[in-house]
Design a protein around this ligand. Structure first.
Ligand code: KIV
Length: 291
């Protein structure tokens, strides 16, 4: 297992300074955190995408801070060798700076090393307050899924020059507010490159082209467990949905045919028990484990 890069190391990790691109993946529970850690990713994002890919909602707006804390704690219990980034759910950082700091603190108490929050200049007071509580903040611009009702859906952003410039402007403002890194989601590749060139903190892209300082994907998209739709920017590295259907179908077939469990998969009774139960002739070897 590789050693975790601490947040100051992430902060200075620009590709233009000779660093390798940063690798980030979402994870929402202990087994996926163990897999991510074993694969040597730099950062695990406990994303609010959990609402859609795990909890079955149509968007991310239903998720609460308590839901997020539950998933952060599950990831943290796996003790991954990666920075754990907790996504702040919608309305957990919109009401007041006090409320924002309290919610961010709940996520750190659950095991996160830092928080991520969506939005540009409007979020600067919240970012400042969270940082004053010694909690590092990652920003998120471009397509911000919590703004789905304002944006009119999960749509590519910054297709016009003015919108592209305002993403760059937002990135600079977030850097100025002390964010240690930014996610840029679903913008044309040239805009991903412009933002990356405009700031000294790393830009982690998702649908923002190859010129960013790192890439993030949603775990279930990457392994092919989410197979209902595939955004253009997703590369599937596995066929987890089909593999799991196949495994469970096999189990169902073996159970129905009586070929599962076998003798080797059953606890054998010892001689004393077979005698006491009057089961002479049954095939026990007495080596079964209890429990
Ligand atoms: O919640 C999430 O998974 C995210 C990524 C899409 C960056 O915010």
């Amino acid at each position: 297992m590789t050693k975790r890069i601490a947040i100051p190391g992430i902060r200075s990790s620009k590709v233009r300074n000779g660093n390798d691109p940063l690798v980030m993946v979402t994870a929402y529970d202990a087994p996926s955190a163990r897999v991510a850690s074993e694969a040597g990713v730099d950062m695990i994002l406990v994303g609010d995408s959990v609402a859609m890919v795990v909890l079955g909602y149509d968007n991310t707006l239903q998720l609460t801070t308590e839901d997020m804390a539950y998933h952060v704690a599950s990831v943290a219990r796996a003790k991954p060798a990666a920075v754990i980034v907790a996504d702040m759910p919608w309305m957990s950082f919109h009401v007041s700076v006090e409320d924002t700091v309290r919610n961010a603190a709940k996520l750190v108490s659950a095991g996160a090393h830092c928080v991520k929050l969506e939005g540009g200049r409007k979020r600067l007071p919240m970012i400042d307050a969270v940082r004053s509580a010694e909690i590092p903040v990652m920003g998120h611009v471009g397509l911000t899924p919590q703004s789905i009702n304002v944006m009119g859906g999960f749509k590519v952003q910054a297709r016009q020059a003015a919108a592209a410039r305002s993403v760059v402007d937002a990135a600079k403002a977030l850097e100025g507010a002390g964010c240690f890194a930014l996610i840029v989601e679903a913008v044309p590749d040239v805009v991903g490159e412009m933002v990356t060139n405009a700031v000294d903190i790393p830009i982690i892209g998702i649908g923002a082209g190859p010129k960013c300082d790192g890439q993030v994907l949603v775990y279930h998209d990457l392994i092919g467990l989410e197979n209902r739709f595939k955004p253009k920017f997703v590369r599937r590295y596995g066929t987890a949905f089909e593999d799991q259907v196949q495994a469970l179908s096999h189990f169902a077939k073996d159970t129905r045919s009586g070929s599962f469990p076998s003798q080797e998969e059953s606890y054998a009774a010892n001689e004393e028990l077979t005698e006491a139960l009057g089961l002479y002739g049954s095939q026990g070897d007495g080596e079964g484990q209890d429990g």
